[in-house]
Design a protein. Structure first.
Length: 390
């Protein structure tokens, strides 16, 4: 799948940078064009792979390149005001060569959480290509303002995009891990999972062709119902298989059957672990509207029977009749299963996020009310002191 990726805010820019690194390393060809948008000049300068001419600094008149300080309302205002500057960078994208736009943003900060829904609405108004979001939820230990930002942004973002893919930091940060080190690993996890998913079907001349091809239309159809999506992933290393020769001929057909049975068993096991293990957004998979299974790895370790069994198991577990599946041959020492679950409903983290946000908003309202009362009292006291002078 060919994507135009737009990283909005600090987290979004870093993740798109990682996707470009993944593209270089694997030759997957996912990122057709990459743009970074930020209100903080330092964040744009810290990027390594996004071309400088594709880095857009917004809000210079308001914040002078210093960022919005976790104020996502200001982030949204700046995005609205400077949308033409962002569009100027988007104009350089060869839109006829892409399958979709993907806006990547951390939902807890200011610029990304405020500006990404604004950009999504703008792109959907102009282009016919799907506009997807990849939103990263903040960890619970990051503070109330980030949770409040995420709850607000989530509700707006999911409404403006054709589908919102979500990654929850809370499910992935390890206790005691440094913030910087933790987020570097998290970004690697994001790119690995979505890289396998979006890379499926992108083959060049000389590549191995899949038995059951998963192309961009399969991904688009899976995401077409809108709402929220999560991705599961699991991988297992495999030994390089002997290329054959005289010895393999003497062994006869029985060995092939054993290999086939082993391959089928491995694939079905990986599918179960991917769907029931750590999803990018933990949730109950029962009731999911649509699903897509992509199994990647060396061609000799992929087979149609294992993928079909995995797909049928997903149908049983989700209750969905729209479960697609296929393989993605890769010359690497791992067999991996990526499971896209679209239209998820039973998501405890989102309910928790909304509840925390309600409490945070009530606290903010209380503090604001007390501040106003204190200010009124102060003004009245000053007036009382000044009255005798007149």
């Amino acid at each position: 799948m060919k994507l135009a990726m737009i990283g909005f805010g600090q987290a979004g820019g870093k993740i798109v940078d990682k996707f470009l690194e993944y593209d270089e390393r694997t030759g997957s060809g996912i990122v057709r064009s990459a743009i970074a948008v930020n209100s903080a000049r330092a964040d744009l300068l810290g990027l390594e792979r996004i071309p400088e001419e594709h880095r857009v600094l917004i809000g210079q008149a308001r914040v002078k390149g210093h960022g919005v300080g976790a104020d996502n309302e200001l982030g949204a205002e700046i995005a609205e005001e400077d949308i033409d500057e962002v569009q100027g960078a988007v104009d350089n994208i060869p839109v006829h060569e892409i399958d979709a736009f993907l806006i990547v943003a951390g939902l807890g900060g200011g610029t990304g959480s405020g500006g990404s829904p604004v950009l999504a609405k703008h792109l959907k108004r102009i282009y016919t290509e799907p506009v997807y979001g990849l939103g990263v939820l903040p960890g619970g230990d990051e503070g109330g303002i980030y949770t409040l930002n995420a709850a607000r942004s989530f509700q707006t973002f999911v409404r403006e995009v054709d589908n919102l893919l979500v990654f929850d930091n809370d499910a992935w940060r390890k206790t005691g891990e440094s913030v910087e080190g933790g987020y570097d690993k998290i970004n690697d996890e994001i790119v690995r999972r979505f890289g396998v998913l979006f890379g499926a079907g992108e083959v060049s001349a000389g590549d191995n062709v899949a038995e059951s091809v998963v192309d961009s239309s399969e991904i688009i159809n899976t995401l077409s119902g809108g709402g929220v999506s999560t991705v599961g992933y699991d991988a297992e290393s495999v030994q390089p298989q002997n290329s054959g020769g005289l010895l393999s001929r003497f062994k006869g057909g029985n060995n092939t059957e054993v290999d086939s049975a082993s391959t089928t068993s491995r694939i079905t096991s990986l599918v179960r672990k991917a769907a029931l293990g750590r999803l990018t957004l933990p949730c109950e998979i029962d009731g999911v509207e649509r699903a897509l299974l992509v199994v990647s790895g060396p061609p000799q370790h992929l087979n149609r029977k294992g993928i079909e069994r995995g797909r049928k198991w997903l149908e049983e577990q989700t209750g969905s009749m729209e479960v697609r599946g296929g393989d993605y041959p890769l010359n690497e020492p791992n067999v991996a299963a990526a499971v896209l679950l679209s239209g998820v409903h039973n998501v405890p983290r989102i309910k928790e996020l909304q509840q925390v946000a309600i409490e945070a908003q009530e606290n903010i309202d209380t503090i604001q009310s007390e501040s106003e009362e204190n200010l009124e009292t102060l003004v009245e006291d000053e007036e009382d002191e000044l009255d005798p002078l007149f």
